[in-house]
Write a protein of this length. Structure first.
Length: 66
């Protein structure tokens, strides 16, 4: 577990503090911004692709119904 936390801390995704035997971890929200931006871009791309697929499938269904 400590290895995973140290990797996350090294990446700047979390900060840790130690008070006696208690170690507290906190997420650094702004460190996730590049991932959030990338996911938003991917969502836009995939929504567009799925909209085009839906239009295609609806067109095929409409043609077969004639």
């Amino acid at each position: 577990m400590m290895r995973h936390l140290s990797v996350l801390e090294g990446a700047g995704l979390i900060v840790t503090s130690k008070d006696g035997r208690v170690r507290t971890c906190a997420i650094v929200p702004e460190a996730f911004e590049p991932a959030r931006t990338w996911m938003d871009e991917q969502r836009t791309i995939w929504e567009s692709r799925l909209d085009r697929l839906d239009a295609f499938v609806m067109g095929v269904v409409k043609e077969q119904g004639k």
